[in-house]
Design a protein around this ligand. Sequence first.
Ligand code: AMP
Ligand code: TRP
Length: 348
Amino acid sequence: MTEGVQTPPAADAGFTPRVFSGIQPSGQLHLGNYLGALKRFADAQERGVQSIYCMVDLHAITVWQDPADLRNATRELAAGFIASGIDPEKSILFNQSQVPEHAQLAWMFNCVARLGWMNRMTQFKDKAGKNAEKASLGLYAYPALMAADILIYHATHVPVGEDQKQHVELTRDIAAKFNHDYQTDFFPMPEPVIEGAATRVMSLRDGSKKMSKSDPSDASRINMTDDADTIAAKIRKAKTDPDALPSDAKGLEGRPEARNLVNIYAALSDSTVDAVLSEFGGQQFSAFKPKLSELAVERLAPISTEMARLMQHTDEIDAILGRGAARAREIATPVIKQTYEIVGLVGS
Ligand code: AMP
Ligand code: TRP
């Protein structure tokens, strides 16, 4: 450690449990985002863990975003969080670009992460495709920015989808190398908290594919802004098989579409697959689907109504994001200051 550096907290002092997660403001929010992320976040908030949720606009611009669409998507995502029950007084809710410490720490981490590590990132390979020469430098460095998002708050738990696990592991590698190189215990080793099978929502057209904003078929997903008729029509047309519903979870094996609809019902009703099947086992999809539509509309309608209301009052959203950013900076400012000291950057 460099002389004169303030001694950081020892590893055995432990880090306060703190949740951080980010979602990119690009594309429409759908039922998968709600059940796999937003609803889980709202439930975690009720358990009292300190939680920080970020609209990662700096991540979004690693690929081209139309400025007006980006602004709109950032506000709509914030509205989705709030309408899903994330209380901006209890949790910290903000957009990444308003907290410059993310980008500052990301630069530190660009100097810690090795090219060899970055070359192993599968998401970059998927996103850049065959034409990697044309990908932005930002897209390549994206995982180091993600590590900064997490570590600037000394976050310990990171709820994400399976596809982001590798990036959280890279975050741990960066934290470990930083701590090792500067002989400090400054950064925690954050744990990925991966969404379970119960919260993985599959496409309504193909039970083997995740529901996704990038699926070209709009019928494959329920958007959080779909109205009641659209939701009912999509569920009515959802792919199923000709058999009746089984009476226990074992009977769903090899029936991915049936499993998906039952999972969705269980998640929306805060119940379990077994409880749903004990109610509907033996019934045909023609009887089950209307019940599922009713439940989906009942749960999603208040959310989409509140989202629409908030989108009429973008000043309200902007004020919430501004307050969230100020609270985020209260945590981030001392961390970047100490990081600079550890690294030997002179400042006051
Ligand atoms: P994305 O829109 O893919 O960037 O995902 C944003 C958040 O929603 C992440 O936490 C994902 O894990 C979650 N998510 C996205 N799609 C699904 C899905 N089909 N099922 C469950 N969670 C999902
Ligand atoms: N990379 C994540 C995704 O595409 C979004 C993200 C950015 C994130 N920073 C994060 C998720 C920090 C968790 C923690 O879904």
